[in-house]
Design a protein around this ligand. Structure first.
Ligand code: ADP
Length: 283
């Protein structure tokens, strides 16, 4: 069983030929509401990869709250620990212009107000095999969850994204870190204290570095790439779901899930189901 303590938000995606200057109004070409947040995406990824998943997080008191809750529930992710707080949900306002260039404004909203964990939240963490966290909620909350997990024998998997420097006291609670190459470079010295480090390499797959000098690379699966958004989240969720099978098997599942996620458009919509991942592993 996996407990995700993390973010959930609604992306408001507007496409426009040319973005407006200050004070100007232009006509846009399209609009879509896309549920996201690394916490929610990775929870769905772990669930689709075959794990039981409980989501610990927060939505706001606005029209997006029910839609976001439904997204998790539809996939069978447990939402008993999804709380509702005052103010807006986490929101990302994304403008994509005719040149394919993005500008993004992220409002942390409810995710930023996840400043405390309840006794029931902590019980969920203690009862899980793996705690999965990212950095889209306050670091103090991630730290509290990780420390509680460690004290109860729950494996702590941290995807330190969006990347930032963390106090050493956080890193010593982490069993597994999943980083991309940029994060690996930025966090190099901090990662030295983490027993298991998985570095994603895009099309080249991922590397593993573990205790006793064990290290290997799992090659990427060849796919026809449509959109790489969500590949990292699909990878991390699948890794958490299959960690109990050992690093070799877990990286294989993760690389297959990440590769499949690049073959369709979108973030959560592109996260593959276990059956598809298994078919890719069998090739
Ligand atoms: P991020 O998007 O977080 O930077 P990556 O681009 O490294 O992460 O992608 C995460 C994982 O998804 C990779 O480790 C790999 O397994 C898979 N993946 C990503 N892009 C491709 C690709 N073009 N072909 C095959 N697998 C890919």
């Amino acid at each position: 069983r996996i407990a995700v303590v993390g973010s959930i938000n609604m992306d408001l995606v507007t496409t426009v030929g040319r973005r407006p200057d200050a004070g100007e109004t232009v006509s846009g070409d399209g609009f879509a509401l896309v549920p996201g947040g690394k916490g929610s995406n990775q929870a769905i990824a772990a669930r689709r990869a075959g794990a039981e998943v409980e989501f610990v997080g927060a939505v706001g008191a606005d029209v997006f709250a029910d839609a976001l809750r439904k997204v998790l529930r539809q996939d069978g992710v447990g939402v008993d620990r999804l709380r509702e707080v005052d103010g807006p949900c986490g929101i990302a306002t994304i403008v994509v212009d005719g040149g394919g260039e993005n500008t993004i404004i992220v409002v942390a909203g409810a995710n930023g107000r996840m400043t405390e964990l309840t006794a029931a939240d902590l019980d969920t963490v203690a009862g899980a095999d793996v705690l999965l966290c990212q950095l889209e909620i306050p670091v103090a909350t991630v730290f509290a969850a990780a420390r509680h997990a460690r004290a109860h024998g729950t494996v702590v998997l941290l995807n330190p994204s969006p990347v930032r420097d963390l106090p050493d006291e956080v890193w010593v609670e982490v069993d597994i870190a999943v980083v991309n190459e940029g994060e690996a470079a930025r966090l190099e010295s901090a990662l030295a204290v983490v027993p298991h480090v998985v570095t994603t390499l895009g099309a080249a797959g991922a590397t593993y570095r573990g205790p006793g000098g064990l290290a290997f690379t799992h090659p990427g699966f060849p796919v026809r790439v449509v959109d790489t958004t969500g590949a990292g989240d699909a990878f991390t969720g699948a890794l958490a779901a299959h960690w109990h099978e050992g690093p070799e098997a877990a990286l294989a599942w993760a690389c297959a899930a990440g590769a499949l996620a690049t073959t369709t458009l979108g973030a959560s919509a592109s996260i593959p189901e276990a059956a598809r991942i298994e078919r890719m592993l069998a090739t």
